[in-house]
Design a protein around this ligand. Sequence first.
Ligand SMILES: NC(=O)c1ccc[n+]([C@@H]2O[C@H](COP(=O)([O-])OP(=O)(O)OC[C@H]3O[C@@H](n4cnc5c(N)ncnc54)[C@H](OP(=O)(O)O)[C@@H]3O)[C@@H](O)[C@H]2O)c1
Length: 283
Amino acid sequence: MSLLIVGCGFLGEQVAAIAANAGLSLALTTRSAERAATLAARFGPTVSTINFETDDAAARLAEAAPDASHALVLLTPSACLDATGQPAPLRRVMQGLAALPRLSRAVLSSSTAVYGERHGQTVTADSRCAPVGAREQRLALIEDHWLTVPTQRVVRLAGLYGPGRIVGATGLRQGQPVDGSPDAWLNLIHVSDAAGLLLRCLYADAARVELGADGMPVRRGIYYGWLAAQLGLRPPVFSGAPAARGGASRRCDPGPTIARTAWRPMFRDFRAGLTAAGLPARR
Ligand SMILES: NC(=O)c1ccc[n+]([C@@H]2O[C@H](COP(=O)([O-])OP(=O)(O)OC[C@H]3O[C@@H](n4cnc5c(N)ncnc54)[C@H](OP(=O)(O)O)[C@@H]3O)[C@@H](O)[C@H]2O)c1
């Protein structure tokens, strides 16, 4: 079993660690030489530096992992689209994957932001998207393009957190007010749970679209208040301005995904996951 991870950043490194422990052989790509050196120090020499904005990226991807049997594409949305908003970089990824003779399945990570504002309603992997805003439309374009290949799948992830990345912590520490409504629902998933789901969707009987979240949505006011207290900071102030991202209100239910894949989050909610992620204790 040989796993190719395209765009091995915060999430990809978690996947790579799990896969390496399980004895899978790995091929990893990242854009910067600095990041490639970090990955090579941890996972060995099978790291390639590929920028999908460049014309030769498809050929370089095919050369990077000639034996790959499975692939995870974990690029950020901005890495999938060119300056005009067209999915040319993603097309290069797909061309590179199409040239791999042993590849049986490829999964793309997307975001639950694609569901848009749902006024607190529950969404699952099977819910329809009605992308209205620019961000949702970009995500929908990327997913639609990726799903033109019948064997390819999408996993939509809630907000990722884990060691070294805690949603909202930087702004709170800097004393910034929090944009968006305190009553809106926030959906989260620990990065190791997201990594486990992505690997499961490579092998299990997953649907073409699955959803990764801990299934315990929290109101943003509760989350930021708890986080501020844990960090020893004053309670957060909400600015009243719309949030640039993460402000839409919906409740993500991973139930159908759990039923199909037998995946389960290890961290049942943000309190358990953030405590395990090494959140500084209350001062
Ligand atoms: N973070 C979240 O809260 C969240 C929530 C929902 C879904 N997701 C999804 O999860 C996935 C991974 O997120 P992440 O937090 O792990 O992202 P990340 O840490 O920013 O990693 C992104 C990776 O893509 C590479 N990359 C960026 N632009 C590139 C380009 N033009 N060509 C080639 N490679 C490029 C980066 O390389 P360099 O670092 O070397 O530049 C890095 O390896 C994404 O699909 C994201 O949409 C994330």
